[in-house]
Design a protein around this ligand. Structure first.
Ligand code: COI
Length: 354
């Protein structure tokens, strides 16, 4: 493994007021950097002062979007220990996204060590308050200065850190979701399972329309028949129907969420039936009509567990669990945040010290 160099900064930023950090607006003093070219492969991993970067106006990512990213979190536990959650799952997913975008795979070990070293250096930036964390954003983008449409020969990987509170400004509270029946996020054979900016770009306009109508997010249906439920974009979606946790199976157009995987593993541990399968919006509406739709919630690194209080489809509102946080969503939120804060013992190897 290549040695990770360290270049000390001369200026340190003032840490933000933790009572108003929000999500993704403050950045720590350092970042991890590594570059790729065809001759040297991924090389020169280093931790450097956080700084603006300059790219050619012909940079291929700016024009054609050959880029991927990840999102994970570090926590300060009750006893002061700093831990990260399911790091290797995230780094493996980064390499899966890389495969789909023809970006050269990274050496997981080098990035893992670089990430841990970065967090160790930046440990003062990890907030102590429960519900807050240090969000870790690794990303890779093509750096060729070239206007032809082709796979780049050069890339940059950066990891930046941002102290964050809840993703939604209103914190852990039910959200209003509009089922999107016009626009589509991804199609079979496309990039839907990759964590790539294109999927987020595809969601922006529909998200804006939903916001203007008073909803927090859109729920995507499949891009062909517009009947199978896929995901929310910033999170996966799960339903509790007649006591069973049902979530769309990973069919190639849905991101394989790490929190989704955690929820399914924990629910199984609790002896609750789970099912990963295709589920139609009509089935959900039918379950609602029959009083069998107990709960709906989203899961994601940024969102953790996000209860859905209202689901709207073709202008019909379904009020879920009287618009309140469901008991399963609450229990799962408490469990995951408990594991992260150290209040609950980790029996499944999700937590890693730095
Ligand atoms: C995450 O949950 O980490 C995400 O990447 C969602 C969003 C902030 C883009």
């Amino acid at each position: 493994m290549a040695e990770i160099k360290f270049e000390a900064t001369k200026t340190f930023k003032e840490k933000p007021d933790v009572s108003s950090i929000g999500f993704g607006t403050h950045f720590s003093d350092y970042m991890f950097e590594m570059n790729y070219n065809r001759e040297d492969g991924w090389h020169d991993p280093k931790i450097v002062p956080y700084h603006d970067i300059s790219v050619s106006p012909a940079n291929t990512t700016l024009h054609y979007g050959q880029a991927i990213f990840e999102g994970m979190k570090a926590f300060r536990q009750q006893d002061g220990k700093i831990v990260i959650f399911r790091t290797l799952d995230h780094l493996n997913r980064l390499n899966n996204s890389a495969r789909l975008l023809d970006i050269p795979n990274v050496d997981i070990n080098t990035v893992h060590q670089g990430l841990k070293k970065l967090i160790e250096i930046e440990k003062e930036w990890v907030p102590a308050k429960i519900g807050q964390s240090l969000y870790i954003r690794p990303f890779i983008f093509a750096t060729d200065p070239y206007l032809g449409v082709s796979v780049s020969d050069t890339y940059k990987l950066l990891i930046i850190l941002s102290p964050v509170a809840a993703y939604y400004a209103h914190g852990f509270a039910p959200v209003k979701i509009m089922v999107e029946d016009h626009y589509v996020r991804a199609v079979p054979g496309g990039l839907g399972e990759a964590k790539t900016p294109a999927n987020y770009a595809a969601s922006l306009h529909a998200g804006l329309v939903a916001h203007e109508k008073g909803y927090d997010q859109t729920l995507w249906l499949d891009g062909v028949e517009r009947k199978y439920i896929e995901e929310v974009g910033s999170m996966n979606i799960l339903f509790k129907i007649k006591g069973e946790i049902v979530t769309p199976s990973l069919c190639g157009s849905i991101l394989g969420g790490i929190t989704r995987k955690t929820v399914l593993a924990v629910a199984k541990e609790w002896g609750i039936p789970v099912s990963e399968r295709r589920i139609t919006i009509d089935e959900v509406c039918e379950a609602y009509k029959n009083g069998e739709l107990d709960e709906v919630f989203g899961s994601g690194t940024a969102a953790v567990i996000s209860p859905v209080g209202l689901l709207s489809y073709k202008g019909q509102d379904m009020i879920i669990n009287e618009g309140k946080i469901g008991s399963f969503s609450q229990k799962m939120f408490d469990h995951i945040t408990g594991l992260q804060s150290g209040l609950i013992k980790d029996t499944q190897g999700f937590i890693e010290g730095v």
